[in-house]
Write a protein that binds this ligand. Sequence first.
Ligand code: GDD
Ligand code: MN
Length: 376
Amino acid sequence: MNEAIRPGSDIPQKASPAPELSVVVPTFNERDNVTVLYRRLEAVLAGIAWEVVFVDDNSPDGTWDVVRALAQRDSRVRCVRRIGRRGLSGACIEGILASSAPYAAVIDADLQHDETQLPKMLSLLASGQAELVVGSRYIEGYKSEGFNKQRAGASALATELARKALRVEIADPMSGFFMVRRDRFEQLAPKLSVHGFKILLDLVASANGTLRAIEIPYTFGERQHGESKLDSMVALDFLGLVLAKFTNDAVSLRFLLFAMVGGIGLVVHLTTLFISLELFKEPFAEAQASGAIVAMTSNFVLNNFLTYRDQRLKGFALLRGLIAFYIVCSVGLLANVGVAFSVYDQEPIWWLAGAAGALMGVVWNYAMSGLFVWRK
Ligand code: GDD
Ligand code: MN
């Protein structure tokens, strides 16, 4: 927008200089680290107009409270406290969007990243040599103290997978330490996923080769206090992003997980059907119905844990969801038993009839649960 007609552009510059660099720090249970990081930033960024935005997801250890106290003393410190939301990527996105300098850096709070690289990163951006500077662990000059063997192996594998599948050029797309031009970030922000840890990979993949990037090596240090939040769900989420980007959003991880849960549901269904028929000598229609109910319940639980883990229903919503799931499926159940029965009628092969009925139920569940159970 034209600066002259932008509302507010006639307001004179105030005494404190407008920040040139916004440092965004996602935090979750980093109470003992944030003050140390603040002190280090203050030392290393002397001579640069900077601000720091901590984005805390309502940490149980009260990290936000410590950040507030810092903000009371230094107006360059800001605290975004999010309630009811979790996620490293989402926190970084929100932090960058809440800041205002022309350049934004993302750095972990746990002191594993090397903040002394920040001035160099800034000068690479400010001189126009790059639009993105990545602190990289996979190029020459890189040293790691913070990785055990297992973690290093998993990280290298994930990096290779991401680079091959997404044709990402940079060596360390999994890095959580980078600096980017605000205008470029804001162009790409609508495409970014708020889930998981992979904000940089997402950013680079979404830019489709249009983001001029430079990597600089740094030493990945050891965590000072607290523990890592990277768990198997974060890893699953990463696979989901690779899959979605690789197939141009045609196949989602959700779809695959739903199909997998459906497959498990089929096994559960057939097992229950078999037991009901053989052990309890139930008539076929009743046995089929018990199979469907057991499979439906286990599908609901599995989908709530895996497929819709980002929208996981809890407490009262869980109960409401289960009831909605049953209601949605009751029509499917009728079709299920109906289909199975008519198949059985023509061809009394229990597994064929059971599978046909269960398949009917799975397709119905898939279409309807996205609409009525785990609604956005
Ligand atoms: N707001 C918020 N919400 N912050 C979070 C969340 C969350 O749900 N989860 C983690 N963080 C913060 C942590 O407090 C920390 O400051 C930073 O994000 C990194 O989290 P760690 O739990 O320390 O991650 P890590 O050290 O295992 O992972 C590092 O390496 C990964 C690649 O191997 C990070 O640099 C990642 O960004 C990187 O992808
Ligand atoms: Mn860490």
